[in-house]
Design a binder for this molecule. Structure first.
Ligand code: ADP
Length: 316
């Protein structure tokens, strides 16, 4: 059988949550095009509310898209929903472990649900790989939070899918456990499993992913190999505290500015394009008296500012 070039392909994907009595209509995905290459460790990055979970839930069949097409492992989710879903394992954000099953039973039930015949189940192999072999017969409610999370990964892999999706896998997970989890994920990837992970930790994505898509307000604002993206993340902040605290961020020619609660403001600049010197010149040009000044490395928020404004300014 020919393997697809892309593990996941979304084209013009739109999701609109209808208005309710208390909330207006919400366009969570505004025409997302995304191609996730087979064999990648792909990071889906974005702040809270960007649309990451919505995207994952559509893939998992938990949420109905409004329009657009999605193929998982070459299988259209409208035309071949069962085949498409069989190609992915999803580790959800929330731990949803049945307290009355042992890990072994939990994996057997899951495999049964996917129609994996008993002879082909890999229950003990999975439990061992995730450091749960000695807990195979414990009740799930006796497991620690970290163990439960690893059990969720094992559950997602019972039907041996070629694509594994991890939704915020390390939120609230300690360092040691994180290392274990990643060791296993990297091992799976070496064996050919495509990994998609959502996170809002830039560092984590940087370390693990060979490709990163940044999603913001339902739109993909960047999608490229991590090394290329990092070269674009050449932004720095200059924090300027004026003599008189400001009520609004000042307009500086050629720079993004953001007001801070203490009346100072941050100026974001691209290291490849301008310098602290030029930032200061722009501040002086509007006649502002500077009380103090400092610089800091950008956070994800700044990266978004830089990327979204770059997108807006790019010629059509
Ligand atoms: P992320 O996973 O990146 O934090 P989500 O996909 O959860 O983002 O949310 C994207 C947007 O859609 C948010 O504004 C969120 O409030 C909204 N949203 C998510 N789920 C629902 C829902 N079931 N009903 C209405 N709006 C929703």
């Amino acid at each position: 059988m020919d393997l697809p070039d892309y593990a996941i392909e979304a084209e013009g994907l739109v999701k609109t949550y209808p208005a309710t009595k208390t909330t207006p209509e919400m366009r969570a995905l505004k025409g997302v095009d995304l191609k996730i290459p087979r064999g990648a460790i792909f990071g889906l990055l974005g702040p809270n509310g960007a649309g990451k979970s919505t995207f994952i839930n559509i893939l998992a069949g938990l949420c109905k898209k409004t329009s657009g097409t999605v193929r998982i492992w070459g299988r259209d989710i409208d035309e071949r929903p069962r085949d498409a879903r069989a190609a992915i394992g999803v580790v959800p954000q929330e731990i949803a472990a049945d307290p009355f099953f042992t890990p072994r039973e939990s994996l057997e039930v899951q495999a049964g649900m996917y129609g994996v015949p008993p002879g082909e189940r890999r229950t003990m192999e999975l439990l061992e790989a995730l450091g749960l072999a000695d807990k195979a017969s414990a009740y799930v409610r006796q497991l620690s939070g970290g163990m439960k999370r690893r059990l969720m990964v094992a559950k997602a892999m019972t039907h041996n899918p070629p694509v594994l999706i991890l939704d915020e896998p390390t939120a609230g997970v300690d360092v040691e456990l994180r290392r274990q989890l990643w060791a296993y994920v990297l091992e799976l990837n070496r064996k050919g499993v495509t990994i998609v992970l959502t996170t809002h930790y830039l560092e984590e994505a940087q370390e693990l992913c060979d490709q990163i898509a940044i999603v913001n307000r339902g739109e993909v604002v960047a999608c490229e190999p991590t090394t290329t993206l990092l070269r674009r993340l050449d932004t720095r902040n200059v924090i300027v505290l004026p003599e008189e605290p400001l009520a609004a961020a000042p307009q500086l020619a050629g720079f993004e500015t953001r007001l801070r609660p203490d009346g100072s403001f941050a100026v974001t600049y691209r290291t490849g394009q301008s310098s602290v010197e030029q930032v200061l010149a722009a501040v002086r040009a509007i006649g502002l008296h500077i009380k103090d000044i400092s610089t800091e490395d950008p956070d994800l928020e700044d990266v978004f500012v830089a990327l979204t404004t770059a997108t807006e300014k790019a010629p059509a």
